[in-house]
Write a protein that binds this ligand. Sequence first.
Ligand code: NAP
Ligand code: ZN
Ligand code: ZN
Length: 354
Amino acid sequence: MTNKNKAFGWAAKDSSGVLSPFHFTRRANGDDDITLKIFYCGICHADLQILRDKFGFGLYPVVPGHEIVGIVTQVGRKVEKFKIGDKVGVGCMVGSCRACENCRQDLESYCPKLESTYTMFDDGTGKKNYGGYSDIIVVNEHFALRFPENLPLDAAAPLLCAGIAIYSPIKYYGLDKSGMHLGVVGLGGLGHVAVRFAKAFGMKVTVISTSPDKEEEAIEGLGADLFLVSKNLDQMKVMVSTMDGIIDTSSAPHPIGPLIDLLKPQGKLVMVGAPQKTVELPLFSLLMGRKLVGGSTIGGMKETQEMIDFAGKHNIVADIELISMDHVNTAMDRLVRGDVRYRFVIDIANNLHA
Ligand code: NAP
Ligand code: ZN
Ligand code: ZN
């Protein structure tokens, strides 16, 4: 093994979540590894929640970032999928046991030994991963994704978390059928790509939002068919029992009873947003319509590649605001206020200087 790789990024050192320059090392490039020079990294709402310790993990320093794209600069001798110069993505995970029931079914995201791209949970090993708000990353080739030539690296970076976080549940819960009616709750990073994927599947899409000012952009810009303001009870009432499924991406606590009412009998409400509060489940509404409330995180590596290839075929990317690393703390404050259309992406290669 050669020496470790020197790396440079921005880290939060405590629960203030304020990011500042941070020098660290990455492992040396092993036989099955590739090293990427990182070009862009998206800012996911989960980064914000973890930086500010909203889930109580408290594992500082944190270098966040799991929507990473870059160019391969080094390949190990056993690497088969990639060569130097390839465009590659790294999403939310960089390791799993590769042997358990979940891993054998290409569901690495549900492996009990899942290794997140940046450490979120204390797994007792003391091992720590640092994410993509940094100049390079070393990753086992199994956890890297090929990028279609036609997708721009910056606007496609958010697919690596936001894209798969909605694609996987839409597929798993059978909500990808042409002609079905899908509700999308929360028009943010995840929500706006959910609209684009659902339209590509040929679905009728209704956005359910707390922000009336997003109506025009939802319909004109993203191609949604209908727009409901969740607090407008008259609008909500008209749509009762009309939806086959709902993908709920809201990052804030909210009652789910009114959403269950929007479902047709046997409809499915899928929670993908992660507010830090328990929700009440109105059982009677579920029983009467044999409805289902489920959850989902990202998908496995095979499905993530399938999602990116599908996005390439249908030209699906995120609407982004490209920022320099110097603006990352301001971006986090703006994200709290929902002041972004719809994903911040950090321009790493041009802006990160050690
Ligand atoms: P985001 O860009 O900040 O969007 C969240 C949306 O939630 C907002 O645009 C807003 O949409 C809605 N919202 C409603 N009430 C809100 C409030 N009080 N404050 C802020 N937003 C409010 O976040 P994101 O990156 O899409 O992530 C959404 C959630 O999914 C987060 O909780 C994140 O941790 C989670 N997540 C889950 C997965 C997974 O695999 N399950 C993956 C990534 C992220 P409207 O204005 O339209 O109401
Ligand atoms: Zn994410
Ligand atoms: Zn496993």
